[in-house]
Design a protein around this ligand. Sequence first.
Ligand code: UP6
Length: 473
Amino acid sequence: MDKKKILTDLYNFGCFKFGEFKLKSGIKSPFYINFRNLINEPEYLRNVCKFIYPELDNINPNLEYYIAGLPYAGIPYANAISLEKNIPQLLIRKEQKKYGLGNIVDGVRDDDLRNNIMINIVLIEDIMVTGSSILDGINKLKQSEINFNIIKIISIVDREQGGLEKIKTLGYNVESIFKISEIFDILESNDQLVLNREKINLSRKFVLERQHQLNLLNREIIKLEDRKELGNNSIFKRIIDIMFEKKSNLCVALDFNKVKDIIEMIEKLGKHVVVFKLHIDLIDDFSEEFIKKLITLKTQYNFVIFEDRKFSDIGNIFKQQFTGGIYKIKNWADLITVHLISGSNMLEVFKNSRNSNQGVLLVSQMSSEDNLIDKNYTQKNVEIAEKYKELVCGFISKEKLYNNSFLYFRPGISIESKTDTYNQVYHNPHQAIQQGIDIIVVGRSITRSSNIEEETIRYKSIGWNSYLMKVNM
Ligand code: UP6
């Protein structure tokens, strides 16, 4: 069986359609691939599986593993492979069962579950677009009690729209059997097929355009103007606009106890600063009047209000802390910070309770010397950010953690200081920008200096010049 033969069969069977189609992500595509009906042509299904076997043969023969199809489209392949190759199968459910054992994953041996044995899994997906179905499937596994390790992900078709690269960037071993550009090549080289070449050309163009976007997404260094079009939320775009307008990548932390000090600082520094960061609960004399004044100043100086509340509780509490209490943060903050220690439910709550122009920064690394965040935790933050990208504007981090569709904010910035008397560790602003940071967060190095405005301008120009140097290198 060669690729030409199977692709010809699949084309004649109606698996490749050309026209205008809306994808799950909402974008319009000039082609659509539908393998779902292969289950009524067992021979074709079997033949497709023959292309998966070499990928399984690459796996260490001493390694025991399960095979699982991503629901629903991957399941028939996993089934066929399991029966043909005698590999145990797992079933990942779309919905958790509401009765019986309430499983979300079926098929794990009772002993393995009881003894918390690490099980290896190969995942099968039919069509890879953005990779979101794979991430959903992995999240289902995480919700289960299973101790698992994904050794490989195999997608039958890669639409070359970034899904594969995204899953790779997240650290998974992922392969595809057919790339869409290869499918177009093979179909077009077959004179016996009746093809609308114009539509295939349109489809190729669509794939190339998506790849250009993808290159921008993952390129190491990219200008802010290119960056803007990659944003997934309005706050990301707004911050970039303000950065351009003020030629600044400066966030100032206004950690004061008196309202008057905060207002004075904003009036003095407003024209240089992109984001003002608050800890509203440090203020002794908080009032509704202060919030009104803050909003007036925001209109006057055009900046983003960032409440660094570092929410970390279960969804029910987060909702009340965000919307209620004395501060009613929802009514005035453009950005808030979240520690995902309690899981992603806060983001579900945020999705339903936020105003559409509000966003979240995930605290994914910290500046304090002995903080408990490890690489695994940071990586999980990135995965959750990708899943909730319409809400997540970026990260609090020490470096660029992922792609260009998020902004990276680094606190603990100082030119002269190395530490404070607590456990804060400072880093140089120029180096931070070189390491992929977009916004430097500066507190006391500015607010406790003898000439605050001069110092602000110094940080602003070091930050912006470092950015220009980076993108013009
Ligand atoms: N911040 C850190 N480190 C982190 C996260 N957030 O310092 O990892 C916040 C602090 C403070 C500001 O809550 O508001 O950034 C840093 O202030 P500083 O420049 O005066 O040290």
